[in-house]
Each structure stands twice: as C-alpha cells, then as structure tokens.
Design a binder for this molecule. Structure first.
Ligand code: ADP
Ligand code: MG
Length: 314
C-alpha cells in the first residue's frame, strides 16, 4: 500500500521544490514551490519579467535549475528528460515554426521527431488539421500564415504526440479577443479530455478560466490558490456593498470583519462568504430598524487582487 505522501505525489503532474534559476548574479526564479495536480488547468500569472518563461523552461528541461528540482509525473526532469518529453506538449512563447515548410509538413515533422510514423502519423495530422480549422490551409507555407493561424498551428504541433501535459507559454499574447476566446474553448476541451494544462498569461481576465493560479512577481510566487481564494486572500474576505437610510453600526452586522468604505450611507463590508452573509446582514439591519436600499456582493477582479499583492510585496 502507498502512504499518504506517495498518494499525493501520484496525483501530481508537476512538482517543483525550491526551484531557482540564476543568470549570473541575477535571480530570475527564486526558490519557488509548485504542486500542479493531474487534470487541472493551472495558470502562472504575472507581468513581463516575472520569471514565468524561465520556470517553464526548467519544467521542460530546456535549462537546468541553479537550485532545487522539478518533477513531471514523478520523474526528475534533470535525470529523465528524454522520457518526460514524450508526455509534454510544449508551446513556447516564441514558437519556431519552419516558415518554408507547409502547415501540414510542420506538424508531420514534429510528429516524426516524436517517433510517430506511417499511417498513425497521417491520421493524427489530419485529425489536428481538422480540429483547428487548418485543413484548407494545409498546403500553405507557415511563413505565409496570419498570426492567429500560426498560433493554431503551434497548438496543433504541440499536440501531435497526444501528450498528457500541455504547457502553453503566453499562447494568446498578441491574439485578438475573439480568437483568445476560441483558444480558451480549445483549452477547456483538451482539459476535459484529461489533459493537464499549465498556461502562462499576463491577461488577468483569462486567468479566471484556470482551476488554480500562482501569481508571480520578480521571480517569486506571491499568491496561490483558486481565483476565488486569491481574491479572498487579497482583501481578507469577500465584499458586500450596502446602501441604507438612517444610522447603522456596521460592526453590529453578522459576519463583518472590516469595513472598507464607510462614506455616508454606503458601506463596503468584508465578510468571509458574501453569499452566506448577505441575507443575514439584510435581516439584521432591518431588525435594527435601518432601511436597506441596496445590498449586493461586489465583484472583485483578479487584477485588483494582484495589484494588492504586488503592493504588499514591494
Ligand atoms: N538567458 C537569460 N539570461 C539572462 N537573463 C535572463 C535570461 N532569460 C531570462 N532572463 C531574465 O530573467 C527575468 C525573467 O524572464 P522571463 O522568465 O522571460 O519572464 P516572463 O516570462 O515572466 O516575462 C527577466 O528579467 C529576463 O530578462
Ligand atoms: Mg515569458
């Protein structure tokens, strides 16, 4: 029988421990820990220069850590890189397609590099060309594709060997909003099919699509959790706005941890769970004889949460 520790490890697609990368004296990735579970969509979020690509390059074994280690499906990347690469589909930030090969030839080439040949390669290429609406462009040179088509080809190529883990480095950077949305639809489908996805982005709105996130800044992870958890951590809870007539002591209301804005007849209340406390707060206020005009949970964006964490980290 496996112990608890081993069961936990069995469920991990990626485990990084103290992972660090120095370029000379500069620390690009600073002792980070990551646990990415099999089957989840995990987002690595942060501004340019945060260390996202460097982290990914260590996970895929392109560069070696200065300290710490990373395991993919339980295998140490530094020791078993060749084996691990069979399980990883990697779409780098700057994807190097062969511009003087056609769309079809590009996918085929990567397929052969992965050891796929003959009928299975032909079938796989056809399937991918159709799936990503590239079939009618299959004879076109990659160098003559539009930006969006190039990104689709890059994704198709990363999937040629049907990897269990998909690592996408800023797959939607510079892509227009409709295509960004389409890409996220693909990612969700692929995730449903059982693939674990690690995706980096600096678009905060996209990050809402992830099961869990790590916020990175200057080489460190400054917050981690589900989007909801991260927002909660940033504010110390969830937000409820109330507007009322007359007087009201906010600290007499149930669940109120603190009050952000108490200008006049409006409070921004921080509670642990907005859905749970909203009706209780309204009820209590009325018992106290105060007429409530508005009571609603306030949406907090990840961007706002991130800015708060960055502020704390400075
Ligand atoms: N090969 C390298 N040599 C020196 N500095 C590097 C190298 N690669 C990345 N860096 C630096 O490390 C930091 C993190 O870069 P990167 O991982 O690309 O960030 P992100 O992907 O989050 O934008 C940046 O300051 C970058 O200039
Ligand atoms: Mg990058």
């Amino acid at each position: 029988m496996l112990g608890i520790q081993e069961v936990l490890e069995e469920n991990l697609a990626i485990e990084a421990e103290n992972l660090t990368k120095k370029f000379g004296k500069f620390v690009a990735v600073n002792h980070i820990n990551l646990k990415i579970k099999k089957g989840e969509t995990f987002g690595l979020l942060g501004p340019n220069g945060a260390g996202k690509t460097t982290t990914i390059r260590m996970i895929t074994g392109v560069i070696k850590p200065s300290d710490g280690y990373v395991k993919v499906f339980g295998m140490n990347v530094a020791k078993e890189r060749k084996k691990i690469l069979r399980y990883i589909g990697y779409m780098p930030q700057k994807f190097s397609l062969y511009e003087d090969l056609t769309v079809e030839e590009n996918i085929k080439l990567y397929g052969r590099l992965q050891g796929i040949i003959g009928t299975s390669l032909r079938e796989r290429v056809k399937e991918l060309l159709e799936r990503f609406y590239l079939w009618e462009f299959r004879k076109r040179l990659a160098g003559r594709l539009s930006g969006g088509m190039k990104q689709r080809l890059a994704l198709a190529t990363a999937l040629v060997h049907d990897p269990k883990l998909l690592i996408l480095d800023e797959p939607t950077a510079g892509v227009d909003p409709p295509l960004r949305r389409r890409f996220w639809k693909y990612f969700k489908e692929l995730n449903k099919e059982g693939k674990t996805i690690l995706v980096t982005t600096h678009y905060m709105d996209e990050a809402e699509n992830c099961d869990r996130l790590a916020l990175m800044n200057r080489g460190s992870i400054i917050a981690e959790g589900t989007p909801r958890e991260i927002k909660k951590k940033a504010l110390g809870g969830e937000l409820i706005e109330i507007r009322f007539e007359g007087e009201l002591d906010p600290y007499k209301l149930p669940g109120v941890k603190s009050v952000l804005d108490d200008s006049g007849q409006r409070y921004l209340l921080i509670v642990e769970d907005a859905g749970l406390y909203l009706p209780k707060i309204v009820k209590k206020a009325e018992e106290l004889g105060t007429k409530i005009l508005v009571a609603a949970p306030v949406y907090v964006s990840l961007e706002e949460a991130f800015i708060r964490f960055m502020g704390e980290a400075e």
